[in-house]
Design a protein around this ligand. Structure first.
Ligand SMILES: [Mn+2]
Length: 353
């Protein structure tokens, strides 16, 4: 079959990528889409900046994690690199501490792609377009994700101009693919096809929608509902009442999520007649209203985690005590949303592709 442009772009990306071999002793944390600005009121990063700094310096750094930033770190469509670096010196000091220990990788996205054309000395850190993590005989391929869209390849420079000229004076906050469900889906679907074709796992950002094993939050909620409904007829009346209650509350959560995000197109729904291959992961973003998400790889496992400030969000403290831990004595918490063994995931990818 003839290759379409994004497949050619992705193939080249894979061929020229930097490689990093990891073992069960390595710990990796991946954040993407920080969109760091100038610290003023329109800076999308401002809201969770203290949360990120605390998570990095008080949790990931002391636990020997390697930090990977998977694109859209600086918001250079709106701000100059100079004003970003001048304001967030403490954040760069934290990046420096990881870098000095040789535990720092920076990948660029579409909002910070300007860095690529700078002289090495101006970049501050080596800059990658992608990173190939080799684990045993398996591969995790990290890239920001804008490479999967024609639109961003062709019009990225124009978008920068539009944001500077129009959005900034009108005080429009973050404008991105994050708000367009169809664009998100196209990118996820292409990531899925690419990863599946190569028998690898893809880890991206860009859409701001967290994915784990190719499933979104709504997919996961729907799976939970399915599982409960299958059990319903096999259990006692007493348990049925409990199941009914649980199903109603999950359904409410699906409705809330859809009201917020719009009805989503999902990899899972398109492939509803087949089993979704667990080959796409997305770290979400750092600039969420209720906190930030990240992907962790440690001790042979991969996890999707959510960090939040208990003054902003109490949901997980109420509901998910087992998976939620407090950061020292701060107001910050980390909750594990999903986790699985890498060996199990790669066995499924191998057998299902
Ligand atoms: Mn992006």
């Amino acid at each position: 079959m003839a290759k379409v442009p994004y497949q050619i772009v992705m193939q080249q990306l894979l061929e020229k990528t930097a490689e990093l071999t990891i073992t069960d002793n390595d710990r990796i944390v991946i954040f993407s889409d920080l969109h760091v600005g100038n610290g003023k009121s329109l800076d999308d990063f401002q809201g969770n900046s203290d949360l990120l700094k605390a998570a990095l310096s008080d949790y990931y750094y002391p636990q020997d994690y390697t930090l990977i930033l998977n694109g859209d770190v600086e918001e250079l469509h709106r701000y100059s690199l100079h004003e970003v670096r001048a304001h967030w010196t403490d954040l760069y000091a934290i990046f420096d501490s990881f870098f000095q220990k040789n535990r720092f990788y920076k990948i660029f996205g579409n909002h910070d792609s300007k860095l690529f054309s700078l002289f090495e000395a101006q970049k501050r850190y080596p800059l990658h377009e992608s990173l190939h993590l080799k684990y045993k005989n398996s591969s995790l391929f990290l890239f920001h994700g804008h490479q999967l869209s024609y639109y961003y390849q062709r019009f990225n420079d124009l978008m920068g101009i539009i944001l500077r000229i129009i959005a900034k004076p009108l005080r429009i906050k973050h404008y991105s693919v994050a708000h367009d469900n169809h664009k998100k889906f196209t990118i996820e679907r292409r990531a899925y096809d690419f990863a599946k074709e190569h028998g690898m796992a893809a880890i991206l950002g860009h859409t701001h929608r967290p994915l784990f094993e190719s499933l979104s939050k709504i997919d996961t909620l729907n799976y939970q509902i399915e599982t409960l409904l299958r059990r319903y007829h096999k259990v006692s009346q007493n348990d049925r009442d409990k199941i009914e209650e649980e199903v109603r509350s999950l359904k409410q959560e699906v409705d809330r999520q859809e009201a917020k995000e719009g009805k989503e197109l999902s990899i899972n729904k398109v492939y509803s007649d087949a089993t979704a291959v667990p080959c796409v992961f997305n770290s979400g973003c750092v600039i969420g209203k209720r906190g930030m998400t990240a992907i962790e790889i440690a001790d042979g496992q991969i996890k999707l985690v959510h960090w939040f400030d208990s003054n902003v969000d109490k949901k997980y403290i109420r509901e998910d005590l087992d998976n939620t831990t407090q950061l020292n004595k701060s107001d910050y918490f980390r909750t594990v949303l999903k986790s699985d063994d890498l060996d199990y995931i790669f066995t499924r990818i191998r057998l299902l592709t």
